[in-house]
Design a protein around this ligand. Structure first.
Ligand code: ADP
Ligand code: ZN
Length: 437
């Protein structure tokens, strides 16, 4: 494989050099943070009065964690490190887990973010000949503008199609010979189902690649999208607190996402003890911005569960890779005392080829017990109304789920394209249990 690099001197920087770069950047970040009301107090409380109080990267442990709750409490400007006049844009998180949080950017922040997304896109093998359709919400959500400017920087023709309206998306792909798309994995699957429904042939499209992110998905889902659409799917990870997309991205090797360590200082911590874990162990990803001026954030607890690869990537990049996000610690369902991540259910469903492209998890109370139902669409290519075969499929899914999650779910099969499709992040779980139980 021939690899290409947007900024080889940064992407292939020797680890020791990268570490000294990080230390210098961390000190600059502390200087910025001390200008904010929020961190000025927080840092001084633990004896950090100037950047000189940080002497090594390990000193990061002296700094308290920042949570989504802190960002909300400091709303609107408690974490702003520059004059408001220098802020040129704001974005907000999707609000999946509560009130959205707001992030501010100055000119340098926007340029640095754009360069990170351009670097990520280029690492997948794209270049200026590509036509890029950004099938994701534009607006406060960072996925729209973040990818838009990054792709323009690479020089690709950008179609800002936004999310939803699948038929129009497909028409745009045909008219402008789109080669790359960015979407949530659930929207990519939905697009494929829509193609079948509308009789659109794969050969009428020029698609080669997709960037899929914004929500957790399994390796089986990736393989399913790759097979159905005959494209390569690259995992894209980001969160608005850390700009948005361009935090970690897969290279052409497609095995784990390079976390751009010149821009973010990453730790994996044990969510219970809050102690940093060694590379290879699974825990909560915690990130510190290293080049953000308007709104530096220190040791932000993402709540995303992952681990670092311990081996070096074949592409030659030195930045460590993270595994696919297993889920958020707050996504975890406790069903009759058993901890289950929705991603475990997804892995089973997407691994069964007779199952369709969409599913829904419903949790209810039945007497004193929790009842888990998994509604699964059926792949119309595999079979239609053969009741006996449907019963066999239902039992197969139930059995595999039980083996994976240890509890016995109820499985309901429904027609292809009948479950709701969200324009933004997929809503896969409906928890109807009373809140106070
Ligand atoms: P919100 O936190 O309100 O959802 P964001 O739009 O900032 O707002 O979403 C960031 C979150 O989306 C991440 O913290 C993570 O949970 C999820 N996410 C983003 N990209 C991926 C990905 N590739 N795989 C899994 N989860 C992802
Ligand atoms: Zn790589």
């Amino acid at each position: 494989m021939k690899f290409q690099y947007w900024l080889p001197e940064k992407e292939k920087m020797a680890r020791c050099e990268l570490k000294s770069f990080q230390l210098a950047a961390l000190k600059r970040t502390i200087t910025c943070a001390l200008r904010t009301d929020f961190y000025n107090k927080r840092l001084k409380d633990v004896g950090i009065n100037s950047p000189d109080d940080i002497r090594s990267l390990d000193d990061i442990r002296k700094i308290p964690f920042t949570s989504k709750y802190d960002l909300r409490a400091a709303f609107p400007y408690g974490m702003l490190a520059t004059n408001k006049d220098d802020v040129i844009r704001l974005h907000a998180s999707s609000g999946t887990t509560g009130i959205p949080t707001t992030i501010y950017f100055n000119r340098n922040d926007i340029d640095a973010w754009t360069a990170l997304v351009a670097r990520s896109i280029f690492a997948t093998g794209c270049n200026k000949q590509d036509v890029f359709q950004n099938m994701i919400t534009y607006g406060l959500f960072t996925g729209g503008f973040g990818f838009h400017y990054g792709a323009e920087a690479v020089g690709m023709l950008v179609i800002p199609s936004g999310s939803g309206n699948t038929s129009r998306q497909l028409r745009l792909m045909q008219d402008f010979e789109t080669t790359v798309v960015h979407a949530t994995p659930s929207f990519l699957l939905h697009t494929e189902s829509k193609m079948k429904e509308e009789g659109i042939l794969r050969d009428s499209l020029c698609l080669k690649r997709a960037f899929a992110g914004a929500e957790p998905y399994s390796e089986d889902t990736r393989l399913r999208i790759e097979e159905l659409l005959q494209i390569e799917v690259f995992n894209s990870y980001g969160l608005s607190e850390m700009n948005g997309p361009g935090v970690a991205f897969e290279c052409q090797c497609k095995s784990g996402m390079h976390l751009w360590e010149d821009a973010f200082l990453a730790e994996i911590i044990d969510p219970e003890t809050l102690e940093p874990l060694p590379d290879g162990e699974t825990g909560e990803l915690t990130l510190t911005t290293l080049c953000r001026e308007a709104m530096p954030i220190l040791r932000y607890r993402t709540r995303d569960i992952t681990s670092f690869y311990t081996e070096v990537c074949q592409c030659g990049r030195t930045h460590r890779r993270i595994h696919r996000i297993k889920g958020r610690s707050d996504d975890m369902l406790i069903i009759n005392g058993v901890n289950i991540f929705p991603s475990q259910i997804e892995e089973v469903v997407m691994g069964i080829k007779e199952a369709g492209n969409n599913y829904l998890i419903i949790v209810e109370k039945e007497g004193f017990l929790d009842r888990l139902t998994v509604k699964t669409e059926v792949n119309p290519d595999t079979f239609r109304d053969d009741t006996r075969k449907l019963n066999v499929l239902r039992e197969k899914i139930r059995h595999k789920l039980q083996n994976t999650i240890t509890i016995n779910p109820k499985v309901e099969l429904v027609e292809s394209n009948s479950l709701p499709v969200s324009e933004g992040k997929a809503k896969r779980v409906i928890d109807n249990r009373p809140k106070d139980v």
